[in-house]
Design a protein around this ligand. Structure first.
Ligand SMILES: C[S@@+](CC[C@H](N)C(=O)[O-])C[C@H]1O[C@@H](n2cnc3c(N)ncnc32)[C@H](O)[C@@H]1O
Length: 421
């Protein structure tokens, strides 16, 4: 794919050249990896995005759909030599694949802080393709940003996108449950604004190879971090039938969970279920015909969602993130959480209410003994949701819910590094 390189160098060459400029960066915990590279310098734009077939497919698709007018150099895309694919910048590539949900609402919560903090420190705990990060950096001049993601392919694209636009960001390849260690490794005691936008990116959903898609065949994988953990195939081929039913019923909220689990167990007795389309087909046939006819979505949608949530321990990750982030928020700092599942939203709602509560004693206690002081003020009485215009642009925003809170000035401020050690 060398012919796609039009500026800078390949990821690999550049990775070797760029040092991690985070002062005193340490990487506690084996999963925290300074993303390769951990710091991208502004203006380091590239036109090759080596990670994965996604990029190659995309470039080929784009090439096939191109007219000669498209092939004019726009200043951001490279000249097309005869017979060669036209390259695009990382910024174009990443932004064309994922539309950030509730982006303007997130930015509205962040913007007021930019004037008060210098520099403002932003943690994007789910960097994804960098859409929210780009909007935040554009709205908050001079802000520093640390981006986390467990998906290396997404991280690489986001880094390229932000570098291309002239933003210096630090990134870490880790789970957001490890945010405290990631902040330590970046030398950040506190954060002024934190965003977590849970779920899968369109990059992950659309790529058959990643195993999340119901419509494109691929290995039944579903791991956001392809370097570790059990795959969805491991689960469907080994879990007891009752456990499968429970997962599909509780996380997928699928009324047909019993039939689906039974069908999976019958089919796997004939041979392991290893591909997405085979699983989708099994679930399709497990559904009664009349239900299939009235279902708005593919009958396997909920089963896929449930398996994905288990494979990536999504609820456990969210709980661990919420437990550790508050202590690292600066006084007056803000946290935005975007969820796509009712169980996740409930967890966020209850956690923020507990933080905002003045007393945590049992309701029947005659006097308060906990002396708990409100730690946050809730900024969203009800969760914000996408409006009709956003839904028309991005139907995937339909289940998104945004909740935000602000850390109270009186709540304890984060300990310094020295105090914590
Ligand atoms: C919905 S996308 C984020 C999109 C991003 N806000 C944007 O505008 O491009 C969610 C991202 O979170 C990542 N993710 C999900 N769970 C994670 C976890 N526990 N730790 C770190 N990253 C996670 C996924 O890999 C994915 O890239």
């Amino acid at each position: 794919m060398q012919h796609w390189h039009a500026c800078s160098s390949t990821f690999a060459r550049r990775n070797k050249r760029l040092p991690d400029s985070a002062p005193g960066a340490v990487h506690p915990g084996e999963l925290i990896r300074d993303s390769v590279p951990g710091t991208v310098l502004p203006g380091q734009c590239f036109r090759d995005s080596s990670p994965g077939d996604f990029t190659r497919n995309f470039m080929q698709e784009r090439e096939q759909g191109m007219t000669s007018a498209d092939k004019k150099d726009t200043g951001t895309t490279a000249h097309a030599e005869a017979g060669q694919p036209v390259a695009m910048t990382a910024a174009e590539l990443a932004s064309s694949r994922h539309i950030p949900v509730l982006r303007d609402q997130v930015v509205d919560f962040a913007r007021p802080l930019a004037a008060q903090r210098s520099p403002m420190r932003i943690l994007d705990a789910t960097l994804g393709l960098g859409g929210h990060s780009q909007a935040l950096l554009e709205a908050c001049p001079g802000a520093q940003l640390l981006g986390l993601d467990r998906d290396e392919e997404a991280l690489a694209l986001a880094r390229g996108r932000l570098a291309c636009l002239g933003f210096a960001v630090e990134t870490r390849h880790c789970r957001f449950s490890q945010c405290a260690a990631a902040l330590d490794s970046a030398g950040w005691e506190s954060v002024d604004f934190a965003l977590i936008d849970i779920g899968v990116s369109s990059l992950q959903l659309d790529e058959g190879e990643r195993g999340f898609s119901l419509h494109a065949d691929g290995p039944l994988d579903m791991r956001m971090d392809q370097g570790s953990g059990q795959t969805a195939a491991d689960l469907v081929n080994t879990l007891p039938c009752e456990k499968l039913r429970e997962i599909i019923a509780s996380l997928g909220e699928d009324p047909m969970a019993q039939r689906i689990a039974r069908a999976i167990c019958e089919e796997r007795a004939k041979g392991p279920i290893t591909t997405t389309l085979r699983l989708a087909d099994i679930v399709w046939h497990a559904y009664p015909k009349a239900w299939r006819a009235k279902s708005r979505h593919h009958p396997a949608t909920r089963t896929f969602q449930a398996l994905r949530m288990v494979v990536n321990n999504e609820l456990g990750e969210l709980e661990a993130f919420l437990e550790s982030i508050l202590a690292r928020m600066s006084s007056g700092g803000r946290l935005c959480v975007i969820t796509f599942h009712s169980l996740e939203d409930r967890l966020v709602k209850r956690t923020m209410r507990r933080w905002a509560s003045g007393c945590l004693c049992p309701p029947h206690a005659p006097v308060c003994r906990c002396n708990h002081q409100p730690e946050v003020e809730i900024l969203t009485r009800k969760p914000l949701v996408a409006d009709a215009a956003e839904l028309a642009r991005n139907p995937r925003a339909s289940s998104a819910k945004l909740r935000a809170c602000e850390k109270c000035a009186a709540a304890h401020t984060p300990l310094t590094m020295a105090e914590r050690t």
